[in-house]
Ligand binder design. Structure first.
Ligand code: DOR
Ligand code: ZN
Length: 349
């Protein structure tokens, strides 16, 4: 007996609550993928040098908007990069701009371009207090950085040692634990006080750590936090499809030139913007919960950020297509997630 399959699925236009757009010609290469799918995206500030002030964020926003395809209504939601020296007054400037929607906490040294990040969260308590008053969201890269902590344990240790105490010290601060990767993180978010949520990437829903070593080392599956076990992946899928509004879409699409990924010391980041909503649709369909994609992709994030839900719709069709091996990326090229393989859903133009 054949199982009836949905052939077309309409949903409110989604938003991406965690995205790396880079700058210059790299940005121009990847932006159209996101603006074709998403109405808005939270844009990460880890440029070089990092986006640490309202002035820098507004200038970056201007460069993004002027690079959009003609007629696009895509809205970049800007964030600022916290450092040990961020002043509480920057929070007021950010809020008053009306264009900045959060501050990103990178523990110094945790990931790509995090060298200027925070060395000890106690140093930014005054900023976090001002953020609570201003109702600004804190976006967290949740990993400790000591070399002595095993890379697979860094998220768990961060939650226990840094995030749980921080959330208690700042009970009204709205916090998004970004790109969660473990069953422990799922349980932490479920048990947390109100005002704490998490984003989940497509790669952490689709892959476990074996994908890093399938037949040889696979640099294009390397991101931070690193992929975890199949049990962790199952817990992430269960959370995403559960309809719990504390879990929502954030791709963490993070493009790097092929030459920087396929290197003796390849950098962290998976590029997924070319098929982001389509890949999430695969996950939700495989779990028999396609309907739950609506909340996860298009509603819960907007509600958490206190922004209106989008009103337009997009259509996904069950129409397999082959992902190119590479996309152009300035003078280099970009290897996308699923390169040379098939994606089950296609977005209708
Ligand atoms: O894999 C990652 N890539 N994780 C991050 O936290 C940063 C990102 C990037 O900017 O490339
Ligand atoms: Zn990221």
């Amino acid at each position: 007996m054949s199982i009836p399959q949905t052939s077309a699925f309409k949903l409110r236009r989604p938003d991406d609550w965690h995205l790396h757009l880079r700058d210059g010609e790299s940005m121009r290469a990847v932006l159209p993928f996101t603006s074709a799918r998403f109405a808005r995206a939270i844009v990460m500030p880890n440029l070089q040098p990092p986006v640490t002030t309202t002035e820098l964020a507004l200038a970056y926003r201007g460069r993004i908007c002027s690079s959009l395809p003609r007629g696009s209504a895509f809205e970049p939601l800007m964030t600022l990069y916290l450092t040990d020296r961020t002043a509480p007054a920057e929070v007021d400037r950010a809020r008053d701009s009306g264009r900045i929607f959060g501050f990103k906490l990178y523990p110094a040294g945790a990931t790509t371009h995090s060298e200027s990040g925070v060395t000890d969260v106690r140093r930014i308590d005054a900023v976090l207090e001002r953020m609570s008053e201003a109702r600004m969201v804190l976006q967290v890269h949740g990993e400790v950085t000591e070399a002595a902590t095993d890379i697979f344990d860094r998220e768990a240790r961060f939650i226990d040692q840094v995030l749980a105490p921080l959330a208690q010290r700042h009970p009204r601060l709205r916090i998004v634990l970004e790109h969660i990767t473990t069953a422990g993180a799922v349980n932490f978010v479920r048990a947390a006080r109100p005002g704490l949520a998490a984003t989940i990437t497509p790669q952490h829903l689709l892959l476990d750590r074996n994908a890093l070593f399938a037949g040889g080392i696979r640099p294009h599956h390397f991101c931070l936090p690193v992929l975890k076990t199949s049990a962790d992946r199952a817990a992430l899928v269960a959370a995403a499809v559960s309809g719990d509004a504390r879990f929502f879409l954030g791709t963490d699409s993070a493009p790097h030139p092929r030459s920087a990924k396929e290197a003796a010391c390849g950098c962290a980041g998976v590029f997924s913007a070319h098929a982001a909503i389509e890949l999430y649709a695969e996950v939700f369909e495989a779990a028999g919960r396609l309907e739950a994609l609506r909340g996860f992709a298009s509603e819960f994030g907007a509600d958490f950020y206190g922004l209106p839900r989008n009103t337009e719709e997009i259509t996904l069709r069950r129409e397999p297509w082959r992902v190119p091996e590479t996309y152009p990326f300035g003078p280099d090229e970009l290897v996308p997630l699923r390169a040379g393989e098939t994606v089950a859903w296609r977005m209708a133009a």
